[in-house]
Design a protein around this ligand. Sequence first.
Ligand code: 5AD
Ligand code: SF4
Length: 470
Amino acid sequence: MSQTRIISPEELAAQRPFTDWVRAHYEAQGIAPLAYIRSFGCQQNVADAEHIKGMLAEMGFGFTEEPGEADFILFNTCAVREHAEDRVFGNVGALKTFKTRKPSLLIAVCGCMVQQEHIAEKFKKSYPFVGLVFGTHVLYKFPELLAGALRGRKRVIETPNEDGNIAEGIPVRRDGDVKAWLPIMYGCNNFCTYCIVPYVRGRERSRKPEDVLAEARDLVAAGYKEITLLGQNVNSYGRSEGFEVDFPELLRRINAIPGDFIIRFMTSHPKDATPRLFDTIAECEKVSRHFHLPVQSGSNRILKAMNRHYTRESYLEVVDYARKAVPDISFTSDIIVGFPGETREDFEDTLSLIDRVGYTSLFTFIYSPRVGTPAASMPDPISAEEKSKWFQELTARQEEIASRRLADMMGKRFRALLETDAGGFIEARLPDNVIVRVQGDRALLGHRAIVEITETKSWILIGNIVEIID
Ligand code: 5AD
Ligand code: SF4
């Protein structure tokens, strides 16, 4: 059974005096404080940052895109690959001059990266101008931590290691008004051998279905047109808790909320993608026909070494079943190149798998050793140059697959959500998650339209709005 701690309403209410204290602290100095928040990594981090912004807004903060103007700077970090960590160290290092120029500035780092002991230690020792460091399990205590850092002479470093908690009712300030993130679960129990997530995000735990549904209803009532359900492994929603509502049932209930909106979700683990899930998607008209199903590798030997609990064959069975149940479904995937011990033959299995599936797009990564994970101590004889060549080969192969797919779409008409103002044009998203650039007025954002594809440029589609639906 999971060791999830539910943060009680009283514990959350205990944050109130700290919120008030921070507000008063700036008011007393006649300052209208500004915060600069930058998130790295996945959508869960973006969702966490929306809660941090919600708390900051209650403390009287406004927001800025200019770190030079800020009274509070926060980096919300990702630990999945070394490259992201290096960027954070570089970016935080560059803030030192801001602190020298404005000593009242508070610089903070939070998120997955600092949940690792050696990283928290590094910030403590080598980044003395960082006044607040907090991990993934104390987000609900942010007002208290911030007040402590502003009040005291001492730096606040709080990165307790626990199985994880769930806190309902933290304020939220969403980044957009068309698309919304809706976390349904946190943490991961899978321990894929390359992955740091189970160590930094704790055990898998799900929010109660009634809490998820209430938030989904609020979002629809507020006019959101696209709701993305978030979790490391949404297919095992409710399993640790023994909820009667599993993921397909949750989809069915959200789908039943009256209103015109699209439901997306990520991420799914192939071992838990059941026929029932695809049958449910087929019946739920609001659920997007796009499925992100990370395969990681096409080689059974590597999948086993990764501890993924499925084979190439069983993965392909899932894809085939899904296509039968939901004929217009499209797939995207994550792939790791150069896992320790991967050979040319293993890599070719990955190439043949992507040919066979025909993904719309791929997120491809070169394997990055993570401290404390089993794969980090596996023999890894292939050189970085060789891995980089394989990586290029994989992306080139995927481009061919994608451009063939896009070329097939020329002249056809699709329903699309007019989603983002991209400066000079609008990005519209098709049901299978492909983006089309169309000309149009900003006022059309959030509407749905029929678009016709008029041009394809490698991976970019260009189209015209034929008709506004709603
Ligand atoms: N190295 C490279 N890629 C990784 N991912 C996770 N851990 C690592 C790692 N150590 C990738 C996986 C996962 C995605 C979010 O990041 O493909 O699905
Ligand atoms: Fe990492 Fe695997 Fe969990 Fe995904 S399922 S977060 S890759 S351990």
